[in-house]
Design a protein around this ligand. Structure first.
Ligand code: BES
Ligand code: MN
Ligand code: ZN
Length: 504
């Protein structure tokens, strides 16, 4: 397999554009920029920029690209990246412009590039350094390839950011951006991996190695320990597979942090979801290798939280198993007992995510967490409701949901709240057990979330359904096809913002 991502050396300078020595200079441009703003650039390009603008060849629509040579500057070439209209500007546009620039640079064989932070966007310098670094690193990623005939990849070796402002803030922002970019790529790499190479045991080993390198405490529960803890829901799902389940527990205990709050992050880690006995149709079943994207996001976020020394205690719990239709598999009609004593009638073995999350939420609570967030590729219904670009947020109280939503906005992960009214609970009533594991088609994403809620106790809890957002079907200028690393940065921004938690 060829390497899938690399972190370039990143330096920050405060010089003018013309003085930056690099192969390709990326300059973000607004649709409504006046040519006065670009006057110097235009003359360096020998009038190419103005001519392209006049012809309508380059309109600076979001993430549109225009390449031109420049003379008299230290860089031989410039790429303009469209930011769209000024009134629609968010710092996520800047992040995506950086990714667009990085991907385009690599396609053209460029290994050294620079990005100019415009001084007139209102984004403060620290934040600009952060989002530009994140964007560039996320652009230095390719889906893993097992093709034996692939030519070697082109990687960015060095990236220069032109950002002016408070040096200490820029340094902090750059560090955050580097860690967030790297950890996003880590989650993408894991989610892209096939089910035969990333089995529960391998996922657990990889998680333990990542965690140790990041300075986290790590504990891997094997099938014997899982049985001792009576995690009957997880064990039920795992029965159909030859591969034993694992639960990975990660702890971030920063020196001097108060005893509470303790953030509990739980990620669905189904390394392959065949549906079990309620087997999925063959079409697109291969996609179900990414059914551990939530687990990968939690792992990657925990490693970032530790590397950035977030001032809050965090516990990560990742239940890992395959969902397969083996001869000893759990069956529709079976009744399973969860670790906290609740019983579940299995009506559909393909609704396995909520089962493994149930036991994992219970375990996180038993470890003393005070706030819960779970991340899962849980329901096709969420994709129907919100599409492929917005993550569904479900939870209680509203203030905790809003806290997570704001974190996702800072992260550049789109998410939106969905209702969790009690009325939906009757949809997954069971005749013979405390509840059934499915609630029918109507409101499928909500009943899935409410099932998980049964295991959250009285704690503030948010469920992020990333079934639509974990995997990009179509390539965009700022996002190649494949795993997206969604939720990693949201979780980290949430942990870093702990001082605002009580204030909503
Ligand atoms: N992993 C799937 C959900 C999923 C579907 C993720 C499509 C990404 C794309 C989950 O385990 C599942 O199979 N859910 C079922 C639940 C149903 C049986 C109640 C679904 O959504 O169909
Ligand atoms: Mn399933
Ligand atoms: Zn699943």
């Amino acid at each position: 397999m060829q390497t899938v991502h690399r972190t370039p050396a990143i330096a920050v300078v405060a010089t003018t554009s013309r003085d930056i020595q690099t192969e390709l200079l990326i300059i973000p441009i607004f649709e409504d920029d006046t040519l006065q703003d670009e006057a110097e650039l235009d003359s360096a390009s020998g009038g190419e920029v103005a001519a392209a603008r006049a012809r309508g060849e380059f309109k600076a629509k979001p993430f549109e690209l225009f390449f031109t040579a420049v003379r008299g500057w230290k860089a031989p070439r410039v790429a303009l990246v469209g930011l769209g209209s000024r009134k629609d500007f968010t710092d996520d546009r800047l992040r995506r412009a950086a990714t667009t620039g990085a991907l385009a640079a690599r396609q053209r064989g460029v290994t050294r590039m620079a990005i100019i932070d415009r001084r007139d966007t209102g984004v403060d310098a620290g934040r600009a350094a952060q989002v530009l670094a994140e964007g560039a690193i996320v652009g230095n990623f390719d889906g893993a390839s097992y093709r034996t005939t692939d030519p070697p990849r082109v990687w960015l070796e060095s990236v220069t950011l032109r950002v002016t402002g408070d040096a200490a803030a820029v340094k902090r922002g750059l560090e955050r951006g580097q860690v967030l970019g790297e950890c996003t790529n880590l989650a993408r790499e894991l989610a892209n991996e096939p089910g035969n190479t990333l089995t529960p045991r391998v996922f657990a080993e990889r998680a333990a190695a990542v965690a140790a390198a990041a300075g986290l405490t790590v504990d891997v529960l094997d099938e014997a320990r899982i049985a001792e803890l009576n995690m009957g829901l997880l064990l039920g799902v795992a029965r159909g597979s030859q591969e034993p389940p694992r639960v990975v527990v990660l702890r971030h205990q920063p020196a001097g942090a108060p005893g509470a709050p303790v953030l509990g992050l739980i990620g669905k880690g189904i390394t392959f979801d065949a549906g079990g006995i309620s087997i999925k149709p063959a079409e697109n079943m291969d996609k179900m290798k990414d059914d551990m994207s939530g687990g990968a996001a939690v792992l990657a976020a925990m490693s970032a939280v530790s590397r950035l020394q977030a001032p809050v205690r965090c516990v990560g719990v990742i239940p890992m198993t395959e969902n397969m239709p083996g001869g000893r598999a759990f069956k529709p009609g079976d009744v399973l007992a969860s670790a906290d004593g609740k019983t579940v009638e299995v009506l559909n073995t393909d609704a396995e995510g909520r089962l493994v999350l149930g036991d994992a939420l219970w375990y996180a609570r038993s470890l003393g967490v005070t706030h819960l967030v779970d991340v899962a590729t849980l329901t096709g219904a969420c994709v129907v409701a919100l599409g492929k670009t917005t993550t569904g947020l479900f939870g209680t109280p509203d203030s905790w949901v809003e806290q997570v939503r704001r974190a996702s906005e800072r992260a550049g992960d789109r998410s939106w709240p969905m209702p969790v009214f009690d009325d939906y609970k009757e949809l997954f009533k069971s005749e013979i057990a405390d509840f059934a594991n499915t609630g029918g088609r109507a409101g499928g994403a909500i009943t899935g979330a409410l099932f998980v809620k049964e295991f959250a106790g009285d704690l503030p809890w948010v469920h992020m359904d990333i079934a639509g957002t974990a995997w990009a079907e179509d390539a965009k200028p700022y996002q190649p096809k494949g795993a997206t690393g969604v939720a990693v940065r949201t979780l980290v921004e949430l942990a870093l913002g702990v001082d605002t938690w009580g204030k909503l």
